[in-house]
Design a protein around this ligand. Sequence first.
Ligand code: AMP
Length: 416
Amino acid sequence: MYQAPRGTADILPQEQAYWRYIEEKASAICSLYGYERIDTPTFESTRLFARGIGDGTDIVQKEMYSFKDKGDNDITLRPEGTASVCRAYIEHGMANLPQPVKLFYLTSIYRYERPQAGRLREFHQFGYEAIGDADPVIDAEVIEMAWRFYQALGLKKISLIINSIGCSDCRPNYLDNLRKYYDKYVEQLCKDCRTRKERNTLRLLDCKQLTCQKFVDNAPKSEHFLCAACAGHFNLLKKYLDRMELPYTVDHKLVRGLDYYTRTVFEIQPEIEGSQNTLGGGGRYDNLIAELEGKPTPATGFAAGTERIILNLKREGIEVPPVKKPSVFLASMGENAREAAIKLASDLRQAGIGVIQSTGAKSLKAQLRQANNLDMQFAIIIGDEEVAAGTVVLKDMKGNRQETLPTDSLADRLTG
Ligand code: AMP
C-alpha cells in the first residue's frame, strides 16, 4: 500500500477548519499592521539558501532537500521563507518602494529532520518580513504582532523570550569569549557541540543534550558584549515592549538556528515544552540582503509553524469555527422527479445555497438516512406528485417537521 512519505502528512477534511482559522487570523493581523502577501517558488537555487542561511547551520549541512534538475541546475526545496522573500525584494527592485516593505507568506517548508510530534519534513509556516528599516520600533512591532497573533488564536499558555546577539562589530569578541569558556569543557561536550564550537559557536547555547546544558547557565552572555549601538538598540526595544506591556523575558540562551540574525532574536514558546517545540521565532537580519548581493538593507521578520499551532490549539481545547458546508439534501423518487431535482439543485446553488444531491436508486427512507448521516439541516423531497404540482416537500431534519411549498419560493425560504 502506498503511504505518504515519512515526515509528511495529509491534511484531511476534518483538519481543515484549523488551517482556515489560522490563515484567517494570520491575514487579519497582517492587514492590521500593513503587510501584503507574497508567494515565492517552492524551489530556488541551492546557492540562495547556502549563502543566506549559512553554510555551518544544521539546515544547510543536514536538512536541505537538494537535487540536480534535468537541466543540471542545483535546486533546493525551500527550507525557510526569509531568503526567498529577500531574493524577491532585490529582484523586483523593492528598495525603490517606501520603506520598510512589509510582506507576509503562508507556505510549505521542507527540512530533512527526524520526524516526531510537531516535527515534520514538510511543514507549513506563516511568516512576515519588514525590510528596509533599522529602527527598534520595527523590532518591537514585529514582536508585538507575533504575540497578538497567538492571542487572537486564543492561545494562553505561551511565553515570549527575547535576546540580542549583537552585530558583526561586537559578535566576534563575544564568540571568542564563548569559545574560551567552552575550551575548558570540550571533553565533556556532545559530538555535535564539539563541531559547533568551531563552526556555529552560538548554537552551543541551545544544545538540547543534558550533558551540554549544564554548561550553558554560566556561559558568557551576549548582552554583556554588545557594542554601544547594539546595546542602545536593545535597550530601546525593551523600553518599547514594556510600553506595550508585553510579558517578555530576556534569555541569553536564545540564539536561533540561522546565521543571518543580528541584534534582536525572539521566540514564542509553549509554556510546557519551551524551546523543544517552539511555536514561532524571528529577529533582525541586517546583513542578509547584502549577503544576497543586494544593497545593504536592514530587516526584521518572524515565522510561525502552523502544525505546532494546531497542536497547541488542541492541547488548550480551543474550538475553531467549522468550515461552511451544504445544509440541504435533495431527495427524489422516480426519473421525472430526478430531472426536476437536477434543475432545482442547479438553481439553488446559483442562488448561493449549498446542496447535496441524492444519487442512485435508493428508497426515500435510505435517502433520508443519508441526509441524517450527513448532518443536514433540511431535506427537500420531490416525487411525481410534487413535479406535477410545481411544489417540493421541505423537511426540517432537526425539528422533524415538514411543509409543502411552491418550488419557486424555496430559495427565499432557505435564505430568509
Ligand atoms: P525556524 O525557521 O527554524 O525558526 O522555525 C520557525 C517555526 O517553524 C518554529 O518555531 C516551528 O514552529 C516551526 N518549525 C520548524 N521546524 C519545524 C518542523 N520540522 N516541523 C514542524 N514545524 C517546524
